[in-house]
Each structure stands twice: as C-alpha cells, then as structure tokens.
Design a protein around this ligand. Sequence first.
Ligand code: DHB
Ligand code: MG
Length: 213
Amino acid sequence: MSDNEGYVDGLYDADDMLERVKSGIEAEGMPSISIAEGYGRLLTLLVRMSGAGSVLEIGALGGYSGICLARGMEEKPGGGSLVSLELLQAYADVAARHLAEAGYGGVAEYIVGDAKQSLEMLKRQGRRFDFFFIDADKEGYPVYLDYALELASPGAIIVGDNILLRGRTTDDAKQGPAVQAVRSFNERIARDPRLESTILPGYDGLAIARVRG
Ligand code: DHB
Ligand code: MG
C-alpha cells in the first residue's frame, strides 16, 4: 500500500463488521485478497449513487465485497438483491455466513460452480442486473465483460477489480494468459463504444464503466 493509500485509509474509523469478515476469511484459511478498503467504500457509494437494486457479483470469496455492495442497496425495497457467483462451495458458505452476520442474509443468493455456466444460465433465464462487480479468475475477465454487457439493464454499472495485477499488467515481460486477458479487458473498458468509463490506478487498480442507454 502506498503512503497516500495508507493516509486516506487512516482517516476512517475501523469498520468492525468488515474487520470481522477479514478475520473470518483468514481463520478459514482462505486467501487475504478481499477488495481494498477504499474500493469497498467506493462500491457502496457507486451502488447507492446509481440507484442499483440488483447486483451481480462474479467471485464471492468471503463476502467482504458482497457486504459493501449490499450496503449500497439498503434503501431499496427488500434491501435489493445480490446474486453472487462463486466457484467453490466452501467459499460461498463462508460468504453467505458473513452476509447473514452483517444483516444481509435475505439479500444474497449464491450460485456455486463455473461462473461462465452460471452466467449462461442467467442469460437463458432473461435475468437483468443494474450493477456488476467482476472479481474472479483474471483469465475470465473478457468473457465476464461479454456477459455483463448481455445481462445489463440500460445504464448499468460494471466494475472490475485488480486490473493492474500487482504490476504485471504494465510489465511487458509478463505475457501469461491472465495478464493478456486483463490487458484486453482494460482496453475494451476504455474503448468499447457501448461504455463510458474510467480506470483508477490506486491500490491494485479498478475499472468503472457505465453501459450507455
Ligand atoms: C489478488 C487480489 C485480488 O483482489 C484478487 O481478486 C485476486 C488476486 C492478489 O493480490 O493476488
Ligand atoms: Mg480482487
């Protein structure tokens, strides 16, 4: 974390709920790779400011970002809806438990398995979402963007985490499949005429786009 990131994070009181979630993730032996604190706050703000009532998250891990997303829908009827796609049943169970502990048990629905198959199912069902948060396997980012565009309601927001891959994205010597996929994702976020967007280079980078229409 940079000095600037540490400074701004230090301005905020500790978020007891999110600290408990981080400890829970560690205690379960899961990787400590939840979204950066500042971007968690941004997720809540973006959901609330956009008025989204239905959120699709790709990659649940332990529910840290899920809580940030659900917080942004608190004023919505029934607290909105969060559909979260997670490869591993064990992770989905931890995330569901954390969401319930945070008071969002009735809001979150977990679909376990390969996200691409779950996305295809949601597409066949004609489901639409106001907000997408992409934070799963990095090789899948371009396909997840394709599906987000297909499942988007007009004006939907698409956010992608870790678009700098801890420096690998900008290192020409790195040419592995995850790096190439994230570079392609970033280029499409910036250039696809269906999107207006920005990319924040703080922490590990965050892409934010709005689907025109
Ligand atoms: C890492 C961080 C993430 O937020 C993620 O989604 C995947 C990997 C990492 O730092 O390795
Ligand atoms: Mg991430």
